[in-house]
Design a protein around this ligand. Structure first.
Ligand SMILES: *[C@@H]1O[C@H](CO)[C@@H](O)[C@H](O)[C@H]1NC(C)=O
Ligand SMILES: *[C@@H]1O[C@H](CO)[C@@H](O)[C@H](O)[C@H]1NC(C)=O
Ligand SMILES: *[C@@H]1O[C@H](CO)[C@@H](O)[C@H](O)[C@H]1NC(C)=O
Ligand SMILES: *[C@@H]1O[C@H](CO)[C@@H](O)[C@H](O)[C@H]1NC(C)=O
Ligand SMILES: *[C@@H]1O[C@H](CO)[C@@H](O)[C@H](O)[C@H]1NC(C)=O
Length: 520
């Protein structure tokens, strides 16, 4: 008996020793900024809160802390306030420690952050407004910039946001990716918010094989069915096989919020989104990845994952306001879930070089509900995502709709979907392979992703086969599908590229479909 206990204790000790060595401790802050009239006072107040969170994290032996986009200033900074809410940022090559600067070159908030980093010996990732002198005409321009301070308060990375989102007062960064290495042996890439949907930098930074983790300050407007913040964060991590530390700005009345720590294999250490204004410091041990898997031929996710993710918090989530994407150019196909029959359908674009096939088994457990409708959607086209940006998409998904109209798909009201659960959902899709990347998107009524599914990609010469299937029952589901980013369509004219055709799967169509699509 004693030997058994000894062995058990020894094993525990040994395992935790491995855990310590094989992981690092990270914090992300979901921050609800003080957002009064006077932006200058806001910076002072938010800075004080940042320094408190940084200290709290350091006391818990956190090695790197990530602050959200716009967290120092709030998102709306009038142009006239930019000069006194911004700072110059030195080139990381110059290894400048603003805390030691005697020249007064940097705004006091940057100096204080640098000193705090140094004092607590912690890496800090901060998004701020950078003022820079334009090389061309020596005017001052402003960038939205992520900076990284190392344990001595030195600036080791500077990333100027490339994909601005209705941020007219700022100048986009040049097309360069930003990475940095740490003394705990992890190399990070960094970008911000809507960058995550863009080849440059989100996918390009992964061309550096040393990058295994991403630090991601964000200020994200949640939009259904495809763009809930936490769903994108999780889907990106899982499909690209990269750990993500996501820190979101919190402002739920504008649909802003969502933070978490997501692992490359699809596990979720923490995810947080709040329906009321709130700040939250999330701390986890993050397993180190030796290397990123090649995602072009891999299945991510497993039926052996714990059913409940480790740390999910969604306070007052009913109050969180989500926007709804205009799906009027999508092909939507109603499905009848009233009789508990299995649904089998294939939807293809007109050229038939993009098809999604769905098999769905559901259980209607209430005679009066369900209170939401569900539709299958396919889109092959270009959509506007901001005043001056359009992105190419090839999406397919099962989505919840508030009623049986197409316009209500992606709406979310104050009652969760009730009366139906999905026993099994399988989606398979074939994408021709110009320049694209595929992100699984799953969203429940709580605006968090599901981890109970497997996502597989199999690249062939000219196409990618994707399958996505559940490993558990799902209820209160809003979205289950694939967001296909077709980079080669970016900034082309908006609209449908290939209108779609729906096939009901009767035996004949299955056979002819298979001959037509799978066997050549
Ligand atoms: C301060 O200015 C001097 C002279 O311009 C320069 O050599 C030095 O690097 C500056 N120090 C910092 C910390 O920027
Ligand atoms: C990756 O790390 C190795 C070893 O430190 C280094 O030699 C190589 O240049 C790095 N690759 C890139 C793309 O930075
Ligand atoms: C369906 O939902 C939409 C959006 O919530 C609403 O505007 C519309 O009136 C509803 N239509 C019906 C027929 O209930
Ligand atoms: C759906 O079911 C049909 C018939 O059993 C099968 O041929 C097809 O591969 C299934 N598709 C998916 C996406 O699971
Ligand atoms: C739908 O497509 C048309 C062109 O076919 C385009 O003008 C319109 O802006 C598109 N609407 C949306 C919401 O994407």
């Amino acid at each position: 008996m004693r030997r058994v206990i000894f062995l058990f204790v020894f094993t525990l000790f040994f395992q935790s020793a491995i855990l310590i060595r094989d992981s690092y401790k990270a914090a992300v802050l979901e921050h609800s900024p003080k957002d009064a009239r006077n932006v200058h006072i806001n910076v002072v107040t938010n800075l004080r809160l940042y320094l408190e969170y940084l200290e709290q994290a350091a006391f818990q032996d956190v090695e790197i802390i990530v602050f959200p986009e716009d967290g120092l200033t709030g998102s709306k900074v009038p142009a006239s306030d930019l000069p006194h809410t911004s700072t110059e940022v030195p080139d990381p090559m110059d290894r400048v420690t603003p805390c030691l600067d005697r020249n007064g070159s940097y705004a006091s908030f940057l100096v204080e952050l640098s000193c705090a980093s140094k004092r607590h010996q912690i890496y800090a990732v901060v998004n701020l407004i950078e003022s820079a002198r334009s090389k061309v005409d020596s005017y001052t321009v402003y960038h939205k910039t992520n900076i990284v301070l190392d344990r001595s308060g030195t600036i080791i990375a500077r990333y100027r946001k490339i994909n601005l989102h209705n941020e007219e007062n700022y100048v986009a960064g040049l097309n360069t990716v930003s990475t940095f290495s740490t003394d705990f042996g992890v190399t990070f890439g960094t970008f911000a918010s809507y960058d995550i949907l863009h080849k440059n930098p989100a996918f390009d930074v992964l061309n550096n094989e040393n990058v295994t983790d991403i630090v991601y300050p964000s200020a994200w407007y949640g939009e259904l069915p495809f763009y809930a913040a936490n769903s994108i964060q999780h889907g990106f991590a899982k499909s690209q096989s990269v750990n993500i530390l996501a820190a979101g700005l919190n402002d739920p009345v504008t649909g802003n919020g969502g933070s978490g720590i997501y692992l490359a294999d699809g596990r979720l250490l923490s995810t947080y989104v709040s329906g009321e204004k709130a700040s939250k410091l999330i701390i986890n041990n993050v397993p180190k990845l030796k290397l990123r898997y090649d995602v072009s031929n891999i299945c991510q996710g497993s039926s052996t994952f714990p059913i409940q993710p480790m740390n999910v918090e969604v306070p007052d989530i009913k109050l969180f306001r989500t926007l709804t994407t205009d799906l009027s150019n999508y092909t939507l196909e109603s499905i009848d879930l009233s009789t508990n029959q299995d649904v089998s359908k294939i939807i293809c674009n007109k050229n038939e070089d993009f098809c999604c096939s769905f098999n769905i088994t559901s259980n209607r457990y209430s005679p009066i509900w369900p209170n939401y409708f569900y539709k299958l959607v396919l889109y092959d086209g270009v959509s506007k995502v901001s005043s001056d940006k359009s992105i190419g998409l090839r999406n397919c998904a099962l989505v919840a709709c508030a009623n049986d109209t197409d316009e209500s798909c992606g709406e979310r009201n104050n009652i969760p979907p009730t009366g139906i659960n999905f026993i099994d959902i399988s989606i398979s899709a074939t994408f021709t392979k110009p320049d694209l990347n595929l992100i699984p998107i799953t969203t429940t009524y709580d605006l968090i992703p599901s981890t109970q599914y497997v996502f597989c990609q199999k690249a062939k010469s000219h196409k990618v086969d994707v399958t996505m299937h559940t490993t558990q029952e799902h209820d209160a589901l809003l979205t289950f599908g694939i967001l296909g980013r077709v980079f080669s369509y970016d900034d082309k004219p908006q609209g449908v590229y290939n209108s779609a055709v729906v096939y009901n799967l009767h035996l004949f169509t299955i056979i002819s479909f298979c001959f037509a699509h799978f066997f050549y």
